[in-house]
Design a protein around this ligand. Structure first.
Ligand code: TYD
Length: 134
C-alpha cells in the first residue's frame, strides 16, 4: 500500500476567486488541535528529519511549492506540493523531510495534537529500530 495519502480539498472557487476549507474531522480524518506554517524558508534549506510517535498531520502548500519526502522505514516516496487544494497526510511513524521550497512557499500543517517534543523521534536509526520492533 502506498504511504502517500492525498486529500483533495474542496474547491469553492467562483468567478470572484478561489476558496478552500479544512474542517476538523470533515476534511481531515482527525481532530485538529494545532495549525502551524512554514514561510520565508531560505532557498536550499531542508527541514523535518523526524517522525512522530502518535501525531498525525496534513500539510497543504497554500502558496508556492515544495517537496515532502515520506519514509515509513520500508518505502520512501517524494511528493511535489504545488496546489492549495492538495492535502498530504503525514501519518504517525512516518519519517519526513521537506525540501525544494520556492521563495514564496507557505506550507500550512494541520496537526492532531499540541506541540509535544517527547512525541518526536529525531534520530533515524532509532526510528528504524522502532519500526522493526512494531
Ligand atoms: P521542528 O518541528 O523541529 O521544525 P522542522 O521539523 O520543520 O525542522 O520545530 C522547530 C522549532 O520550533 C523547535 O524548537 C520546536 C518549535 N515548535 C514549536 O514550539 N511548536 C510547534 O508547533 C512546532 C511545529 C515547532
Amino acid at each position: 500500500m502506498s504511504i502517500v495519502k492525498i486529500i483533495q480539498l474542496r474547491d469553492l472557487s467562483d468567478k470572484r476567486g478561489a476558496l478552500s476549507v479544512v474542517e476538523s474531522e470533515v476534511d481531515v480524518p482527525f481532530k485538529i488541535e494545532r495549525v502551524y506554517y512554514l514561510f520565508n524558508t531560505d532557498i536550499g534549506i531542508e527541514r523535518g528529519f523526524h517522525a512522530h510517535k502518535e501525531l498525525v498531520q496534513m500539510a497543504v502548500c497554500v502558496k508556492g511549492s515544495c517537496n515532502i519526502l515520506l519514509d515509513d522505514g520500508v518505502c520512501k516516496e517524494e511528493v511535489n506540493m504545488n496546489s492549495p487544494l492538495k492535502g498530504l497526510i503525514i501519518d504517525k511513524m512516518v519519517w519526513h523531510k521537506m525540501s525544494r521550497f520556492s521563495s514564496d512557499c507557505v506550507l500550512v500543517v494541520f496537526a492532531s495534537n499540541h506541540y509535544n517534543e517527547s512525541d518526536y523521534i529525531r534520530d533515524y536509526d532509532t526510528f528504524l529500530r522502532m519500526v522493526e520492533s512494531e
